[in-house]
Design a protein around this ligand. Structure first.
Ligand code: GDP
Length: 363
């Protein structure tokens, strides 16, 4: 899963991104990916893994990870090629969701690009660039669809959808806010519009506002706006995140507790991303490792198996599945099997969060 971090200059993007790379998931665990300089990977915290590793026992735990892309440099005028505009917009096209950092902290030493701190105006500036880029894409697509309409009547519904999207965009509404049928949603996906991507606003506040975030009037404004846009809001202090990221694991919890916090901002961001993108994790375990894998809610077993290796999907025979809770209650896999709690599932099986799975497949 890829998320792109965007925001105006000086709002705390690099600080947050640094925290992400420092907290970074060990890339050695992900042999198929090369980490680019603007990609940070963070582990998705999952307490079930430690327990699973004890039961098996497994030598180590490997959490699943989310990738964050630092898409710095999006400024006013990007859609018309200002700055490195178009390049940044094309980076956004590649991510599944947008993490938009807005400045909600006051600090006279750090200038705000547009003068005053005003998160709503910051959000509008960037959203406008995304919308302008979408308008351009849609006009082009509309032209070619209209040309093809004579020979291909199926284009009529696409044209209708494009017109609907353009109408929203021209009244400065993101495509995300449109009420669409399942078919329209499918069609929309293929257009890959920027303002249709799910979005999380990260309200970057000062340390003092972390505990009582509602006291910060800027955070309040962002939350009000997010409700109208179907977006999520996560409050973090990028600076504190950077400090936390530098601490050894065992000191992190203590540091948070001292501040009166339960979770780090990064953990909150990961949770929000899971929710927003409709994601869940399934688990595998063996003597080497207990491991979590990210999939979309509603994924059938063979597709989930492909996360591990496409060969498993190709040769899929069946999945041996037990829920994490059933396994914990049984104490061991052997006991769980004796109780008949390990199910044999076929190709149609829809995975559930916390399923502990062993895939059987033909090589
Ligand atoms: P970017 O341009 O959006 O990448 O912003 P940076 O991450 O470079 O941050 C701009 C400045 O704001 C830097 O001097 C940071 O140290 C500072 N900064 C970032 N987050 C915070 C914060 O939560 N509180 C305060 N007071 N300063 C911050």
């Amino acid at each position: 899963m890829k998320l792109g971090i965007v925001g105006l200059p000086n709002v705390g993007k690099s600080t947050l991104f640094n925290a992400i790379t420092k907290a970074g998931a060990e890339s050695a665990n992900y042999p198929f990916c090369t980490i680019e300089p603007n990609v940070g990977m963070v582990s998705v915290p999952d307490e079930r893994l430690e327990q699973l590793a004890q039961i098996y026992p497994s030598k180590k735990v490997v959490p699943t990870a989310i990738e964050f892309y630092d898409i710095a440099g999006l400024v006013k005028g990007a859609s018309t090629g200002e700055g490195l505009g178009n390049k940044f917009l094309s980076h956004i096209r590649e991510v599944e969701a947008i993490v938009h950092v807005v400045r909600c902290f006051e600090d006279d030493d750090i200038v705000h690009v547009n003068g005053d701190i005003d998160p709503i105006s910051d959000i509008e500036i960037i959203n406008l660039e995304l919308m302008l880029a979408d308008i351009e894409v849609l006009h082009k697509r509309l032209k070619s669809a209209q040309k093809g309409l004579k020979g291909d009547k199926s284009l009529a519904s696409e044209i209708k959808l494009i017109e609907k999207a353009l109408e929203a965009l021209e009244s400065e509404k993101s495509v995300r806010t449109l009420d669409l049928s399942a078919d329209e949603k499918k069609m929309l996906k293929s257009l890959n519009l920027l303002s249709a991507k799910p979005i999380i606003y990260v309200a970057n506040v000062s340390e003092d506002d972390l505990v009582n975030e509602e006291d910060n009037k800027f955070v309040k404004q962002v939350k009000e706006l997010a409700i109208k846009e179907d977006a999520e809001v996560v409050t973090v202090s990028a600076q504190i995140e950077q400090e936390i990221a530098e601490l050894p694991d065992e000191e992190k919890k203590e540091f948070l507790a001292d501040m009166g916090l339960e979770n780090s901002g990064l953990d909150k961001l990961i949770k929000a991303s899971y929710k927003l993108l409709g994601l869940m994790s399934f688990l595998t375990a063996g003597p080497m490792e207990a491991r979590a894998w990210t999939i979309k809610i509603g994924t059938p077993a063979p597709e989930a198996a492909a996360k591990i290796h496409t060969d498993i999907q190709r040769g899929f025979i069946k999945a041996e599945v037990i829920s994490f809770d059933d396994l914990m209650q049984s104490g061991t896999m052997v006991a769980a099997k004796e109780k008949g709690l390990v199910r044999i599932e076929g190709k149609e099986y829809i995975m559930k969060d916390g399923d502990v799975v062993l895939f059987r497949f033909n090589v």
